[in-house]
Write a protein that binds this ligand. Structure first.
Ligand code: NAI
Length: 346
């Protein structure tokens, strides 16, 4: 992550480096839900990325304005704003989901409704399942080779929905479908660094499982030099699992994490793009099809290459404390995965 963050600073401050490298490396990235709380700051960060040559903003409302606004930022990428039917930015651009997706190498999907206080991510299922299903059908039709990065909750169910949709369309590749769990890693890094008195850029916690409550499992036993008391370890684990609730509560009805999620989504996408451009050191946690446990999808460190995930890596040794959480998590995670599969096949 520190590398990706440094690249962002370089992109924003070092013009000559930026323009010289972009033509060869740039990819088209589409953001679906680009006018939303996550979509706007995520699009802003991606507009600064030297790995993006074309940024395609798609939403059911608002994207012409978002794109026009972003287009005044002097970076080398072009930007378009697409709506389902009439209206686009620039006005000469063909609008619609086909134009938004054609040629995309990566599609990031934060479309859908966010939580309000008292809601679990599963409470979003009824609305977001259909939204993700429809958008992934379009991805299968118009950019079947793109890597899909799903942010819309409940990720534990929306990723299996996407897999079923892609299978039905005959274009499913497990290497190219990821649920974004990077925010859980960001939170764990932030909380542990504070507890150790370290700079967060020097901490990289592996977070495995899923992306909801107790299905989120940070492996603090693997953090070098970190030996918290039992009480502190429990508090940090639970805070990482329920960090999203802190934000939902503080926003008091106005939504869930948007700024930290935009940052996390940007980091994830930037690393996928770096691997596409030939970097061979890209390893990050992602919620992918997996045989590491008996849950058919599971988040663990994954190695990325030119075509997406090249290896679902193991998560190493875990402590007895972490095993206890794992045993508790798996039935829930499997249920949420099955709920997505059933929805897609109903
Ligand atoms: P928001 O309501 O601010 O934005 C969502 C956007 O999606 C809106 O602009 C809306 O018009 C758009 N949208 C709805 N249906 C659409 C469709 N069919 N096609 C295209 N766009 C559509 O919500 P926010 O805060 O940006 O959150 C979005 C999602 O991200 C939620 O499901 C939330 O739970 C999830 N999330 C995921 C996190 C993660 O770690 N994976 C963290 C935080 C939020």
């Amino acid at each position: 992550f520190s590398l990706a963050s440094r690249r962002l600073v370089n992109a924003a401050t070092n013009k000559s480096r930026f323009f010289s490298s972009t033509a060869a490396m740039g990819k088209k990235v589409a953001v679906l839900g680009a006018a939303g709380g996550i979509g706007q700051p995520l699009s802003l960060l991606l507009k600064l990325s030297p790995n993006v040559s074309e940024l395609s903003c798609y939403d059911i409302v608002g994207t012409p304005g978002v794109a026009a606004d972003l287009s005044h930022i002097p970076t080398a990428s072009s930007v378009t704003g697409n709506l389902p039917a009439a209206g686009s930015w620039p006005p000469s651009h063909n609008t619609g989901i086909e134009a938004a997706l054609t040629g995309a190498s990566v599609v990031v999907i934060p479309a859908g409704v966010p939580r309000k206080p008292g809601m679990t991510r599963d409470d979003l299922f009824n609305t977001n399942a259909g939204i993700v299903k429809g958008l992934v059908e379009a991805c299968a039709d118009f950019c079947p080779d793109a890597v899909l990065a799903i942010i819309s909750n409940p990720v534990n169910s929306t990723v299996p929905i996407a897999a079923e949709v892609l299978k039905k369309k005959g274009v499913y590749s497990p290497k190219k479908l990821c649920g974004v769990t990077t925010l859980d890693v960001c939170r764990a890094n932030t909380f542990v660094a504070a507890s150790m008195g370290k700079d967060p850029k020097d901490v990289n916690v592996t977070v495995i499982g899923g992306h909801a409550g107790i299905t989120i499992l940070p492996l603090f036993s693997q953090v070098p030099g970190f030996s918290p008391s039992d009480e502190d370890r429990e508090a940090l684990t639970v805070r990482t699992q329920f960090g999203g609730d802190e934000v939902v509560k503080a926003k008091a009805g106005a939504g869930s994490a948007t700024l930290s999620m935009a940052y996390a989504g940007y980091l994830f996408t930037e690393e996928v793009l770096r691997a596409m451009n030939g970097a061979d050191d890209v390893v990050q946690c992602a919620f992918v099809e997996s045989s590491l446990t008996d849950a058919p999808f599971f988040s663990s460190p994954c190695k990325f290459g030119p075509d997406g995930v090249t290896e679902v890596m193991g998560f190493g040794e875990i402590s007895a404390y972490e095993q206890k959480w794992m045993d508790q998590m798996l039935p829930d995670l499997k249920k949420q995965i099955q709920k997505g599969i059933d929805f897609a096949n109903q």
